[in-house]
Design a protein. Structure first.
Length: 406
């Protein structure tokens, strides 16, 4: 699939580059040709004025400023006047250069010779004569032929270069495409695996219930409780997947407003303080600097829930969880630290990847899906901030969120 796409991109890029090169060279070619022949026409125009002035003085021996311009004087019947000084070449080829247009510049070509010419009427000794001016353009023609050869030869070379450059660009373009496809594939595989596990458990528990249709509900409480727990886990997984999918497509909009972040943290932490007491753990408020943060209150609430939920899940009994908020360089710093199981050094970046879980058996026990910190990272990035994880000493984890105040 990717080979065909790469080939298609290479061909498209090659054609685009070559067409641009072709257009550029066509413009250069015709501009150069126009400039050269404009200079020739200018030379003939000046020579015409000089000729007209000479003939007014009854001087048939015409001399030109441009030695490449030849003048031929004819009578009203088109015959060359005998006293016209003209090279033998023009006399021997008189039938080819005889004027066919009056007062109009045009090209004359015969054998391997090219001329630019103009014929006009003038007065000589009270008689009307026809004067023809010729300017040899062989040098201009050879120059343009050489330019054309260079363009054709260069075009072949450039086409090969275009193919190479297009292949390189196609390869570079394919990197993010392949990466995105692999991530999408991995995401689908992980999501399928995560959804299959609770569904399998629910199915097996309900099958056990149906094997004893005469039993009372209380007798199947364990099976039904397990099925209910997995249903809740599956529901949370689907909600998290929907949140990430909508975030990827930029469907979710951030609605910012002024929020007292310290008050919000205290409100979110209240139920976790109660839960921690039941689990023989301790959630406490540390430094709580009063800050007004321009943010989406609902999303920051969701962020805090994810951080506190993770901290509570991955700490042991009698462990401590501390929340701090303070202002650092016109930014709000929210720190959640615990002295629980901690993270490995190589996992500090990986934990924010979707479905990543360091201890899968521990995650199964706590009911995690591996999506919480991915959602947290998205929320923070939408607020123009950063989130990072560090090891706490002597043990545990520190999660710091830094969001601009304004």
């Amino acid at each position: 699939m990717f080979k065909r796409l790469k080939l298609k991109l290479t061909l498209i890029n090659s054609v685009v580059f070559f067409i641009l090169f072709l257009i550029f060279n066509i413009v250069i070619y015709f501009y150069t040709k126009s400039s050269l022949y404009s200079e020739v026409d200018r030379s003939l125009s000046i020579s015409r004025k000089i000729t007209e002035m000479s003939l007014q003085n009854n001087n048939v021996n015409l001399s030109m400023l441009d030695p490449r311009v030849i003048s031929i004087v004819r009578d009203n019947k088109g015959n060359i006047l005998s006293d016209t000084h003209m090279p033998i070449f023009y006399k021997s080829n008189e039938q080819y250069i005889k004027p066919v247009k009056i007062d109009q510049l045009y090209d004359v070509k015969f054998r391997r010779f090219s001329f630019r010419t103009i014929a006009f009427s003038a007065e000589l000794n009270d008689k009307t004569v026809m004067v023809q001016l010729l300017r040899n353009t062989n040098s201009e023609k050879e120059f343009m032929d050489n330019i054309l050869k260079i363009i054709i030869l260069g075009g072949g070379i450039i086409f090969l270069v275009c193919i190479s450059a297009a292949g390189f660009l196609a390869q570079r373009t394919m990197v993010p495409i392949v990466s995105a496809w692999q991530k999408q594939k991995q995401f689908v595989e992980d999501a399928s695996h995560e959804m299959r596990t609770p569904l399998t458990i629910i199915q097996s528990q309900l099958q056990l219930v149906f094997q004893k249709p005469n039993d009372k509900i209380i007798e199947n409480a364990n099976h039904l409780g397990t099925a209910l727990s997995e249903t809740r886990r599956l529901s949370k997984l689907i909600y998290d997947l929907l949140t990430l999918a909508r975030s990827d497509s930029n469907v979710i909009e951030i609605e910012k407003k002024s929020v007292d972040i310290a008050k919000l943290i205290k409100r979110v932490a209240e139920p976790y303080i109660e839960i921690s007491e039941i689990e023989h753990k301790c959630v406490k408020m540390g430094e709580m600097e009063s800050l007004i943060l321009n943010c989406d209150e609902e999303r920051i609430h969701q962020l805090l829930v994810i951080l506190l939920d993770n901290a509570l899940k991955y700490t042991y009994e009698k462990c401590n969880i501390e929340i701090n908020v303070k202002k650092k360089d016109n930014k709000c710093s929210i720190v959640v630290k615990d002295d629980g199981i901690g993270i490995k050094e190589e996992e500090k970046e990986l934990i924010f990847e979707r479905f990543y879980r360091g201890d899968k058996s521990r995650t199964r026990e706590t009911g995690g899906t591996g999506l919480g910190l991915s959602i947290a990272k998205w929320i923070v990035s939408k607020h123009g901030g950063i989130i990072r994880a560090e090891k706490n000493h002597p043990r545990g984890t520190i999660i710091e969120v830094i969001i601009p105040v304004n």
